[in-house]
Design a protein around this ligand. Structure first.
Ligand SMILES: [Zn+2]
Ligand SMILES: [Zn+2]
Length: 1024
């Protein structure tokens, strides 16, 4: 295996593959004589200048002739928008004005100036927008002084009572006059009272594709009329205009018109953060030039030197204006000096397009080809249907008892907004019906009635009344027990304000011994987030987790939510609390503890699922990684040339031969995929990345930059079209390449606030928050599962995740892979001694409460390689042998935890399970079903005192494997088993025990070590 999982390193990058080079850019139209003098200086130095021109601003034939001549000499003439504006343009004459005024995207006209104003899209909930208090008086914006200081150009404000966006400018005396959005013509709006206004970030505006096409066409026509080459570069006009994002620019200018460079804004959440490598050509930002007093020739030279050292290009922007106090002659002489210095130091002066064409590693032809793709996935939504995939069976609904049924579980409804009673495998989960309370009074609804039914889901509705609110509960229950509840509170005229709304889910004590908050700490694990049930609070408004597991060693209950839009909770940590009690353990949800104003409809939505989620796959303990037997599998990682580009076109050239070879050696291969990230170089991302990107992190944030093959961007599986693309393309690849099994990396739910996906919400204080996209992730995984089960019915599906056992989304696989999250933490102690504890391990990593077997990957060796202070500890065969010997105790401690908990181990990394596996294979030959009796189980013959010495038993056909894990600091001896419990497992009274590794009879087990014994005929165990 060459590559293991995505190393989640995030770096800020600007450029992928680029050479050093200096671009000197001069913006806007200037007197032809100045241009001539500048061109003479460049020509003398043999250097190229890059001019950014609004075509409408060009004067007479003399200017045009100069530009033609300059272009012929290789200087670059760039598109600076036809009229130095994107959202408006002035026409050449009245006839043209009359003709163009009818364009569908023209929303305002200004006849005296022949100006057309274009439609813009405004995203009011853009995460960078800010609310503030303000009012309008005499055409001016009145705000508090401190607020005004935060405003930045280009200033745009949305005033709700006027229902419009205005531009505004601050004058010297602090007055802020309101203007039109498009151009600084006074708007003169009526006075308005103080209200919450929206200060608009420029990224919250975007033009329609029709406007962009019109603008690109107009510039290109003008260039052609002048006799200039087609522009390849677009330069954002500044001043009054909100900027275009690189993502939007690329969609039309690059893909439809072949532009290869631009100076746009990155459309990400935080400006200056990492950029998608493939967007780099469209956000080549300049530094100021000599026009600014702060930018001396020395400073310019040192910035250039720095860029050469870092092997990256650099651009300077000038408006051909000497700084205050300077003269044109001085400015020109300093430019000549700079060009001379560049020549002497062999630093090339390049045009803007020469530099940007090399930045992304994608050629203009490839970009055009991406656009030409037919995108067949738009026609068929693969995996969207109402079927129930195996091993599940279609859900049932008994209307007489109001009971929902699915594999191993029943949910019985009474008069609550969720089931009154849940049984999993016959075990009752609740101590009493969950109680929804408004202002201390129980809210009840009538028994639910069936509203929809298919092989996929049963849906019910129920209504009730509470303090003048109509209560509607809509419940959707799917074949795997995943249930989503929407509670609507619809006010009647009598509805009163209320001050509290909460839900108390009371669990039976024995069904709630453990909890798992599923707070994922990838790099530095801290204990305390999972284990024995205890007082705990989870801030659902935060970004660690919006899910909670409560259960025991056999069954469980998982609760989830996505958005908290109508939750009014004073302190976030009160939103979800675990409270132990004498007769029940409580999961308390606080929806409201601040008074809710009267008369607003409210919605509270959440999901839950009783567990285990499905029967475990057959012979799961004996399906092994790298085992080489039928049913075993081998992860197959390097089949594609780009990170997670599922298309067959990205497969390596020799994929078929290599797969045949690997298959002959290992059996079935599981092909590596990672649907939550994709390559910035994959064609669909080039076209749709801006839309598919997860926010935050920033649109286009790249992991593993600098390597075309492993670079990746995060995306939101809830974005429109992405899941259609992915499921269709993967199916196509399975058919074309003969894929036999699938391995999905980290495809768990993410937090996203991109409103184009329907993600993101405002909390009750008005703050922007991200949605936890669990249902979108679930739908995506479900579609992939349905598709895979049809295409490769026997093909194994494995899902890699870390610490988040969220069956709602993860159950669409046969096995899970976990444990990578400790990679950073392990470097501290180089062991799991301070990480694993019995209750924590049981709450997180056993198979039975979830219904999913999982492999844990040991991280000892990998962590040392990546994070240890001393490098190169695994560099030579001798060093490797020494390290393995040194870490044998830590590796045995790790393995012991796996075996005593019936958790599967991913062998390697210093962990050797060979002898155990051999004993297990022998054990398997005994006839009959196998039983695993965990150390906590009352039927375990060896008992358990609650400490760190644990003995579990596997029984089969009158034989046993006894697994003892000693995680104490002292040596321990195996106790004598309880005879009655031993025989209840079908085990003989007369037997011997033999250590499967040493072949010896039981001896004391060293601290932090394990021992596995097999039963043998009585005499054999005693012999050496
Ligand atoms: Zn300009
Ligand atoms: Zn999203």
């Amino acid at each position: 295996m060459k590559k293991l999982f995505c190393g989640l390193t995030i770096l800020s990058v600007g450029f992928a593959a680029a050479d050093p080079g200096v671009v000197l850019r001069f913006d806007d139209a200037h007197p032809v004589e100045q241009w001539r003098q500048l061109a003479a200086v460049f020509d003398a130095a043999g250097a190229k200048m890059s001019l950014a021109l609004p075509a409408r601003h060009l004067g007479g034939e003399e200017q045009r002739a100069f530009l033609r001549e300059a272009a012929a000499k290789g200087h670059e003439i760039m598109d600076h928008a036809y009229d130095h504006a994107l959202y408006s343009c002035r026409c050449r004459d009245a006839a043209e004005f009359a003709a163009l005024s009818n364009l569908p995207f023209v929303v305002e006209t200004d006849a005296p100036n022949l100006r057309l104003c274009f439609r813009y899209r405004f995203d009011m909930d853009h995460p960078r927008n800010r609310r503030f208090r303000g009012r309008v008086k005499g055409g001016r914006l009145i705000v508090e002084k401190n607020e005004a200081k935060k405003f930045q150009r280009p200033n745009k404000v949305y005033i709700p009572s006027l229902g419009r966006v205005f531009g505004f400018m601050s004058s010297q005396d602090g007055e802020m006059k309101l203007y039109s959005f498009w151009y600084p013509t006074p708007a003169a709006p009526p006075d308005s009272p103080e209200e919450d206004m929206v200060y608009c970030d420029q990224r919250s505006f975007s033009p329609g594709d029709d406007v962009l096409r019109f603008q690109a066409g107009r510039s290109r026509d003008a260039f052609a009329r002048i006799g200039l080459p087609e522009p390849k570069v677009w330069i954002q006009p500044g001043g009054w205009e909100p900027w275009l994002t690189a993502e939007t620019f690329r969609r039309v200018y690059a893909l439809e018109f072949g532009y290869t460079g631009a100076d746009c804004l990155v459309g990400c959440e935080k400006e200056g953060m990492a950029a998608d490598l493939s967007l780099a050509p469209f956000m080549f930002r300049p530094l100021p030039y000599l026009d600014s007093k702060a930018m001396t020739p020395e400073k310019i030279r040192s910035s250039i030197q720095d860029s050469v050292e870092h092997n990256r290009p650099i651009c300077f922007l000038s408006h051909m204006r000497p700084p205050p106090g300077g003269t044109w002659g001085q400015w020109l002489a300093e430019t000549a000096e700079l060009l001379k210095w560049l020549g002497e130091n062999n630093i090339p002066v390049k045009t803007f397009s020469e530099v940007t064409a090399r930045m992304s590693g994608i050629t203009a032809d490839e970009v055009k080809a991406a656009f030409a793709d037919a995108e067949p996935w738009r026609k068929e939504r693969v995996g969207v249907d109402e079927t129930c995939p195996a091993p599940w069976t279609p859900p049932t609904w008994d209307d007489s008892t109001k009971t929902f049924g699915c594999w191993n579980r029943t949910y019985r409804f009474g008069g609550g907004i969720m089931p009154d009673e849940i049984l999993s495998g016959g075990e009752t989960l609740f101590a009493r019906p969950p109680r929804l309370e408004m202002d201390g009074k129980a809210v009840r609804v009538a028994a639910p009635s069936l509203s929809k039914r298919s092989d996929e889901a049963v849906e019910t509705v129920a209504t009730g009344l509470a303090d003048g609110y109509e209560v509607k509960s809509h419940v959707r229950m799917e074949f795997d027990g995943f249930t989503w509840v929407d509670i609507d509170l619809v006010p009647s005229p009598e509805a009163k304000p209320f001050a509290s709304l909460s839900l108390d889910i009371a669990f039976a004590k024995n069904a709630s011994a453990l909890f798992n908050s599923m707070c994922k700490q990838y790099m530095d694990f801290k204990p305390g987030y999972a284990g024995a049930f205890m007082p705990f609070s989870l801030d659902l408004f935060g970004y660690e987790s919006r899910t909670m597991f409560v259960g025991n060693d056999d069954v469980g209950f998982a609760w989830h939510c996505e958005s908290l839009e109508d939750w009014r909770v004073e302190k976030g940590e009160d939103s979800l609390r675990l409270v132990p009690g004498d007769d029940a353990n409580h999961l308390l949800l606080t929806f409201v503890n601040r008074p809710v104003e009267k008369g607003r409809p409210l919605r509270y939505s959440f999901g839950f699922q009783a567990l285990p989620v499905k029967p475990m796959i057959r012979d799961w303990r004996y399906r092994r990684i790298n085992g080489g037997k039928p049913g075993d599998f081998m992860g197959y990682f390097d089949w594609e040339t780009l990170h997670n580009a599922p298309g067959a076109e990205y497969a390596t050239a020799d994929v078929k031969e290599r797969v045949a070879k690997a298959r002959a050696k290992y059996g079935r291969l599981q092909w590596y995929l990672a649907g939550f990230t994709t390559s910035p170089y994959a064609k669909p991302w080039i076209r749709h990345g801006g839309e598919w990107s997860k926010t935050p992190p920033a649109a286009g944030t790249v992991g593993s930059p600098g390597n075309r093959r492993s670079a990746f961007c995060w995306l939101c599986v809830g974005s429109p079209g992405y899941a259609d693309y992915y499921t269709w393309t993967l199916r196509d690849t399975i058919r074309k390449l003969g894929v036999d099994g699938l391995y999905f990396d980290n495809q768990d739910a993410q937090f996203c606030s991109a409103s184009v996906h329907g993600c993101g919400f405002r909390d009750w204080k008005g703050g922007a928050r991200a949605t936890y996209n669990l249902r979108a992730t679930r739908e995506f995984n479900k579609r992939l599962y349905r598709m895979a089960r049809r295409e490769i019915p026997e093909g194994p599906i494995m899902r890699h995740m870390s610490m988040k056992s969220i069956m709602a989304a993860d159950a669409f696989a046969d096995t899970l892979v976990d444990g990578e999250c400790y990679c950073g933490t392990i470097s501290r102690d180089e062991s799991y001694y301070n990480i694993f504890s019995p209750d924590m391990f049981r709450a997180m990593y056993r198979a039975s409460p979830w219904g999913m077997p999982r492999y844990l990957i040991p991280q000892i060796e990998r962590s040392i390689k990546l994070y240890a202070k001393e490098k190169g500890r695994y560099s030579t065969p001798e060093k490797i042998r020494a390290e393995i010997a040194k870490h044998r105790p830590a590796a045995r401690h790790f393995l012991g935890y796996m075996l005593v908990h019936d958790t599967l181990v991913w062998p390697g990394g210093g962990v050797d399970a060979t002898k155990f596996r051999a004993a297990e294979d022998k054990f398997r030959l005994h006839p009959g079903d196998e039983r695993f009796v965990l150390y906590t189980n009352g039927g375990n013959p060896f008992g358990y005192d609650g400490g760190r010495f644990m003995v579990s038993v596997r029984a089969r056909g009158g034989h046993a494997l006894v697994i003892a894990m000693n995680d104490t600091g002292e040596a321990q001896t195996l106790p004598r088993p309880d005879a009655a419990k031993w025989s209840a497992l079908g085990l003989p009274a007369e037997y011997g025990l033999r250590n499967v590794e040493t072949g010896r009879a039981p001896e004391s087990i060293p601290p932090r070590d394990y021992a596995v014994f097999e039963t043998v005929a009585k005499s054999a165990g005693k012999a050496k």
